[in-house]
Design a protein around this ligand. Sequence first.
Ligand code: C2O
Ligand code: CU
Ligand code: CU
Length: 419
Amino acid sequence: VDKDGTRTFALTMQRGRSEILPGRPVETWGFNGPHLGPTIRAARGDKVRVTVANRLDEASTVHWHGMRLPARMDGGPHQTIAPGATWSPHWTIDQPAATSWYHPHPHGATARHVYRGLAGMFIIDDRTAPGLPAAYGVDDIPLILQDKNLAEDGSPSGDPLTGTFGILGDHMLVNGVHAPFLNVRTERVRFRVLNGSNARMYHLTFADGRTFHVVGNDAGLLPAPVPVDEVSLTPGERVEVVVTFTAGEQVLLRTRSGSDDIDEGDFDLLKIVAAPRLAASPGLPDRLAEPAPIVVPPGARVRRFRLNGHDAINGKEMDMSRIDEVVPAGATEIWEIENTVYAHNFHIHEVAFQVLDVDGEKPPAYASGHKDTVYVPPKSTVRVAVRFGRFTDPATPYMYHCHILRHEDSGMMGQFVIV
Ligand code: C2O
Ligand code: CU
Ligand code: CU
């Protein structure tokens, strides 16, 4: 923390060696270490600055996915950091507590940079405790889910820009580790789950089918915990869940195959071992937060986006020099995303949105909170109510795109400015 109260964080993008499979060190990329990056934590009202040093031998960027900030600080494809250079964005955190994250966003190379291992969490803490488990690393645990294809020597292999979806790996990693386990010592644990995969969709369940509670979506807490026995998560999405354990038990977190093109295979993700005695946790609160519903005013602008194939939106490939949409500051709009083909999803920088409907049907209760990324199933139409911020900059665009990185890189991305 410096004189004017700014909290400064330092990230260095670097190559290194780590063991995805035990005993087989391979090249991976990370922030401040060989693989993934540190969790950054700050709270609403904090002034933050991140100095991002690029020690790779190619240009990259770092995007704050889920963060509401001026376009110049966003870390999209225009905020390039040359090899050897440092970029120091700064902003004031002014949004509800949430699990957001950061990852590279260089146009055409995001899939490769993320697949190599560049990603980390950025947690926006609560100033007022909603009564959820909040001891980081003890009963508040980040889970970054990623899948890789591993070569003989244990290194991530394959070209993330081939095929319809790029990489759909056959090895599941949690926080960079294959076949991990976690010892828990409290009755209840909050997991902040991030799908940091290039393309894979997860349907998360426990092997014993137990009920757990979803307490938050991408952009913050839900009004109340929602009981579920499964949650689905596409790339870029986050969910916060609270799970209750019994002393001495072992339980497996898994993902099952579905029929959504990007969810092939049943895999174990994480073995959880509960200690023989568990510290008591407070009960799950009845009420969590009061996220103001995003109300669409009468006559609100409706914008339509058509996803067809894998490299364009509304028939146009991403062009760094073309502004596709101009949005007035503070606007609330309906964005209607039509998918005429196989699985896609849709992420919008800077905003919070609420899913209105998927083919006319309301989303499940667990996905009804504020979000920034949404699944758009094959041959379906999703409508979201989007609230835009007030950082105007007619010259610097924010992005919207499919978060299947193979699609994003090949041009399924557009640019908007707020004026
Ligand atoms: Cu997670 Cu435009 O990105
Ligand atoms: Cu983003
Ligand atoms: Cu896509």
